[in-house]
Write a protein that binds this ligand. Sequence first.
Ligand SMILES: *Cc1c(COP(=O)(O)O)cnc(C)c1O
Length: 455
Amino acid sequence: MLRLLPKMDEILNHPEIIALCEELGKPVVTGAVRQAIEDKRKCILDGGTTPPDVLGIICAAKEISWRKLKRNLRKVINATGTVLHTNLGRSRLSDKAVQAVTEVAGNYSNLEYNLEKGFRGERYDCLTGVITELTGAEAALVVNNNAAAVLLVLSALAKGKRVIVSRGEQVEIGGMFRVPDIMDQSGSILVEVGTTNKTHAIDYEANIDENSVLLKVHTSNFKLIGFTEDVDIKTLKEIGERHNVPLIYDLGSGSLINFESYGILGEPDVISSVKDGADIICFSGDKLLGGPQAGIIIGKKAYIDIIKKHPLTRAFRVDKMTLVALEATILEYYDEKAAVNNIPSLKSILSGGEVVKKRAESLYNKIKSLNNDVCCDIVSSKGTIGGGSMPGLLIDSYCVGIKDKSKSVNTLEKLLRFAEVPVIARISDELLLIDMLTIDDEDLDYIASTIISIL
Ligand SMILES: *Cc1c(COP(=O)(O)O)cnc(C)c1O
């Protein structure tokens, strides 16, 4: 059987493969043919009993070629009901941000060029004006993500200093990024104060000296409830000022709108944190802000100037695509109504149950009109924010729940995941749930036809 294996040339000269080479390029196809023959050889050596045939090898080579050229990172449909799903890329960009990325990515840009003066400019200039105007901060800087921002800020401002932080704020963000480890890495000395559930102003006072830095970390990914107390930024600012030490606030999510005015409590916003007096604030670009992955550092100009000069700033610098996406996202916030409407994450969080219910009805009707026998129903559910933001907050949502007589829910879940555009759904109570909170109306036809075809 091994002797029956076709030779490379025999396959490469086959008209179908010649046509494929023209379509996909010779290097990919040649590699695929080699692999297809090799796969067959292994199969025979492992005891396979079907003899090799030319058409079979060609068929395999075609499949391998197409698979190789298919992008691995691609669109999926988030039907999980978790808005900032870290595994699914957290925030989706607004249309304007997407357009901005497309324009700048495919062209030259004034990334580090001052158009007025006609010579070298600063990479962050495009952004600092709008960030400082909207937040009220004196100065701003952008790095790769908020984890980098925290490390940079501590490295630049707290190296060799005692960083005073509440025991209740010793957060692990994920991926082993833990506040104590970051301190270590930055060369600062962790001084834990207070207890797990309660920290008072006096705990900070008792430990502070002129060689200290005050750090507050927003406990954005867990909730402490019951007999608890922490010290707010205003009070910490007073303590810091009295001892002439800076106050750093790792805000985590960093919302530019005040969620309280929408009835969502407990998430501090960037603007109030600036007003309350934090000297340096850092937050993520792709959590509640709804932009690209980035870490935004704002605050007193004197401190930002020191941070800018630290070598890590260069190591953590962001790409033009990130910068322009972030700029376009932040520009949306000049008009809060527009921001809430145009930024997909905000829209999902704030659009309200009725809108989601209508979307569920629409999908339900589409499925039923394609095949009235499909066993599905509209069920109410609760979505979450995710991405380590607003733990415990549940958002009213609706799902289309699906069942099938012959296929298990696990099989249905898998088949949806394997679809041309994967649909990531969840399973609950023997139902496959398509959560409508995080789905675009434009995707409903595709989801309906995909469901019909897998059933
Ligand atoms: C999410 C988070 C970070 C890390 O932000 P990334 O942008 O994910 O790197 C840091 N600190 C806090 C408090 C966070 O919630």
